[in-house]
Design a protein around this ligand. Structure first.
Ligand SMILES: Cc1ncc(C[n+]2csc(CCOP(=O)(O)OP(=O)(O)O)c2C)c(N)n1
Ligand SMILES: [Mg+2]
Length: 326
């Protein structure tokens, strides 16, 4: 608790605002997806908000992140524009990828968000390339790669960990171990409880296991790691233990096979409710302030939906724009 209180009031309120923005954004996306307003597939980040928030709050605008299929939270935490995000998810021309990418292809190079990715583990080599570029540029930029426990079973994962290790890349592996890849438990798929053992045992990369539902723990672990990586210490593997509240994705007909009591237990560890308790019990903010933050966040989400709904779809001839072949 002591270290928690070392965080300044505005830092804690900022963490709260970002987590709440992700939660409300995702809740709205789920509702609108279920009503048929959103095409394609969306993977909800609800439950994992503390990871994106605690990690990205430590990053500068010129630091880069690479995301995966469950990427809305990473985008929001890195500072993406909610209107353009929502428009992309709605498939509209004003979206980040002009409505052609959808939920799993949101990118904004201007804020160092190099892209979500629909292919499991495909972000790893992109992040390694960005980290190599940062190293060659000679500055102190870092790259953070967000990926799931399931991605650690792909060949690219092992190739990238090896290269990151021998080249001492300024790369932070932010693994969100939510215990499952779709419905496959991590222990069944890997034989391990903690996938960071692969980094420490196999590639000599330091690993840290962090409570991924405690935003202050995430923030503090990342702060220390970012400082080490910026100073040229080479890659670090952060394993955030967390849990998603919704099924793998928002598509009808796919059963969620995880035990109901497990889900309920993790809901009891809600990252937002946890920070709310700290803020209120320590008299850092009043309940009224939290309610005001909620109203502001809801307004931003409402504006983003209006922006998306009022935006046009891409025209048929736009299909040829931005397409390259040789
Ligand atoms: C190469 C590849 N294999 C399989 C899939 C189908 N798929 C999409 S997400 C996913 C699970 C990934 O699990 P994890 O990396 O733990 O991320 P989580 O969904 O738990 O956030 C799978 C198997 C895919 N998109 N790409
Ligand atoms: Mg997973």
């Amino acid at each position: 608790m002591k270290s928690r209180m070392e965080n300044k009031r505005e830092d804690l309120v900022h963490l709260y605002q970002v987590m709440l923005t992700i939660r409300r954004f995702e809740e709205r996306v789920v509702i609108d997806y279920r009503s048929g307003a959103i095409p394609g597939i969306v993977h909800s980040y609800i439950g994992q908000e503390a990871v994106a928030t605690g990690v990205c709050t430590n990053l500068r605008l010129d630091d880069r992140i690479v995301s995966n299929h469950r990427g809305h939270g990473h985008c929001i935490a890195k500072g993406a524009d909610l209107n353009r995000m929502m428009a992309e998810i709605y498939g509209r021309k004003t979206g980040y990828c002009k409505g052609k990418g959808g939920s799993m292809h949101i990118a904004d190079f201007s804020i160092g968000m190099l892209g979500a990715n629909g292919i499991v583990a495909a972000g790893l080599p992109i992040a390694a390339g960005a980290a190599l570029a940062a190293q060659l540029e000679g500055g102190d930029r870092v790259v953070v790669l967000f990926f799931g426990d399931g991605a650690t079973n792909e060949g690219e994962f092992h190739e990238v960990l090896n290269l990151a290790s021998i080249w001492k890349l300024p790369l932070i592996f932010a693994c969100e171990n939510n215990l499952y890849s779709v419905n496959t438990p991590v222990q069944y798929a890997t034989g391990l409880e903690h996938v960071s053992e692969r980094a420490t045992g196999g590639y000599g990369i330091p690993g840290v296991i962090v409570d991924g539902n405690d935003v202050v723990a995430v923030y503090e672990a990342t702060k220390k790691t970012v400082a080490e990586v910026r100073a040229g210490g080479g890659p670090v593997f952060l394993e955030f233990m967390t849990y998603r509240w919704r099924g793998h994705f928002e598509a009808p007909g796919i059963p969620d096979l995880r035990p109901a009591e497990e889900l309920e237990a993790w809901k009891g560890k809600c990252p937002i409710a946890g920070l709310e308790r700290i803020l209120l019990e320590n008299g850092i903010v009043s309940r009224q302030t939290l309610e005001e933050i909620n109203v502001q966040v809801m307004q931003r989400i409402e504006n983003a939906v209006s922006y998306a709904v009022e935006s046009p779809f891409p025209a048929p001839e736009d299909a040829l724009e931005g397409v390259f072949s040789s």
